[in-house]
Design a protein. Structure first.
Length: 89
């Protein structure tokens, strides 16, 4: 029988793998952009009620907003902050 920690670790790894897959598919449309995970899921202190927080980073504000809209529209994230690369740096 698996321990609670092992079940939690497996669930965490599966959730991250799913996010990576979904984001990779979407990023083909945004080749110069980046997506960063932050919040409880990134820290590893998430629970079943935690949301997915992402940063959408692109060269221009318009590109970053379009990426953020795509992440939200495809149900990949619950909260997305759009930033230009200059603002990110």
């Amino acid at each position: 029988m698996a321990s609670l920690a092992a079940i939690r670790d497996r669930s965490y790894r599966l959730r991250l793998a799913g996010l990576r897959r979904e984001i990779a598919d979407l990023m083909r449309q945004f080749p110069a952009a980046e997506v960063w995970l932050f919040g409880s899921l990134a820290r590893g202190d998430w629970d079943g009620f935690s949301d997915v927080d992402l940063l959408a980073i692109a060269l221009t504000a318009s590109q970053a907003n379009n990426l953020a809209d795509a992440l939200l529209g495809n149900g990949i994230a619950d909260d997305v902050i759009a930033l230009t690369q200059a603002d990110w740096q």
